[in-house]
Design a protein around this ligand. Structure first.
Ligand code: C2E
Ligand code: MG
Ligand code: MG
Length: 396
């Protein structure tokens, strides 16, 4: 049975019956086309379109999927070469089944294929599924490094569909995280679901990964994606996978459309907050969040401050100790009196809104500057903990 199907697919490739369809990926905010995923279809001579779920899993089980992947990869690369102007800065992703991880030198083979058509490697992304990562474990690291060494981008496909291991995401420098459609309900209305999704987009953005949400079908889902910083949308709401000629039309319209990047007009709170942070950061190159009740801190942003001697997150008392060491001698006691935890807590109990001092402080570059440091007291939204936000401004 499996052998029969494998042979049929081989013949289908020889007869050019396997085709790449392209499902566009859209910028969540501007709705510009940012790329597409190449998805195999078997078009039988009578015109029947066989979806991949009817043959890819069988090929995968029998280690016979690689030829199909290479075939589709070559079609996608040819497509990029033929439509360079329309493709512009976008990229096409191809599905790489987990067998490629074991295939020696698959990165060199992909590179040779791209070079044959003179296609820049950064126009191509290889997608591997989360389940492949779990099965292949350590091997993924070397494979990823190889792909990067020749300039390809790599995506984790179907993230959240199975046994996601955050360990992998943390340790492996993937470029793109594709969130599986199974994590989304019809309207993203469930509070827990929203919290999980928000956390995924948050950690991905902190790890500098581009996020793509798969299977977006409703306006409610899109609206929610806009609030949590998801970068791209791939789903039926915008477009199904399209035959090549139809995808070319989409690219043409995209090229001739002015995409409105006004994120405030688009009411995207996450992006608006990011912009606000940028503005705050211009004035305050050091921003620290601290929990006085828990004796902990977290540095949000820093520039020319004493971060070399002080970790980006840790124990608040140690932060003050280490900060004191960077003060000019005559300012050490002013600094410590103001910001020692017990003194801050007392100031809070006395009803003060903030504590502010000006000191001379040595930065990572060894230069002393006059710095105004203000600790604003804020209440934790989720507990009785007393928090402070420190904003430090260079006065010279
Ligand atoms: P995938 O890589 O996760 O691709 C996304 C699948 O989700 C596609 O199904 C796409 O049509 C579908 N999809 C996209 N948006 C929506 C939506 O809004 N709603 C719903 N219900 N579905 C949506 P497709 O094309 O049937 O492909 C299924 C899977 O087959 C792919 O999942 C991929 O794992 C595999 N596949 C497809 N082409 C290839 C290939 O060339 N090589 C390999 N190894 N696997 C492939
Ligand atoms: Mg995929
Ligand atoms: Mg997927």
């Amino acid at each position: 049975m499996a052998i029969e199907l494998i042979n049929e697919i081989k013949a289908a490739m020889e007869n050019h019956e396997l085709q790449a369809y392209y499902q566009p990926q859209y910028d969540t905010v501007t709705e510009a086309v940012k790329g597409a995923e190449a998805l195999v279809r078997w078009i039988k001579p009578d015109g029947t379109v066989v979806p991949p779920c009817e043959f890819i899993p069988v090929l995968e089980e029998n280690n016979a999927v690689n030829d199909v992947d290479w075939y589709i990869a070559e079609q996608a690369i040819k497509f990029i070469a033929e439509h360079r102007d329309l493709i512009g800065h976008t990229s096409i992703s191809v599905n790489f089944s987990r067998d490629h991880i074991r295939e020696p030198d698959s990165h060199l083979r992909l590179a040779a294929l791209a070079d044959k058509y003179d296609v820049p490697h950064k126009r191509i992304t290889a997608e591997v599924t989360e389940s492949a990562m779990v099965i292949e474990g350590e091997r993924i690291g070397a494979w990823l490094e190889n792909m990067h060494s020749v300039g390809f981008r790599v995506a984790i496909d179907d993230f959240g569909s199975g046994l996601s291991s955050l360990q992998f995401v943390k340790d492996m420098p993937f470029d793109i995280l594709k969130i599986d459609k199974s994590l989304l309900s019809q309207n993203c209305g469930n509070e827990k679901e929203r919290t999980v999704l928000e956390s995924i987009f948050y950690f991905a953005s902190r790890l500098n990964m581009t996020t793509v949400c798969e299977g977006v079908e409703t306006m409610q889902q899109l609206s929610f994606m806009r609030t949590c910083g998801c970068n791209r949308i791939q789903g039926y709401l915008f477009s199904k996978p399209l035959p090549e000629a139809e995808f070319v039309e989409v690219l043409k319209v995209n090229k001739n459309t002015e995409h409105i990047g006004d994120i405030l007009a688009m009411q995207n709170p996450t992006n608006a907050q990011k912009l606000l942070m940028e503005a705050v950061f211009i004035r305050y190159p050091l921003i620290i969040f601290s929990n006085l009740s828990k004796n902990s801190y977290y540095m949000m942003a820093y520039d020319s401050f004493s971060t070399k001697t002080c970790p980006a997150a840790g124990i608040f008392d140690e932060l003050i100790e280490s900060g004191a060491k960077t003060m000019a001698e005559e300012d050490v006691s002013v600094f410590v009196d103001a910001f020692e935890r017990k003194n801050l807590l007392r100031a809070y109990e006395e009803g003060k809104k903030f504590v502010r001092v000006v000191t001379r402080q040595r930065g990572d570059d060894g230069i002393y500057r006059r710095v105004e440091t203000t600790d604003y007291f804020v209440k934790s939204p989720s507990s009785d903990d007393i928090l402070v936000i420190t904003l430090s401004e260079n006065l010279e």
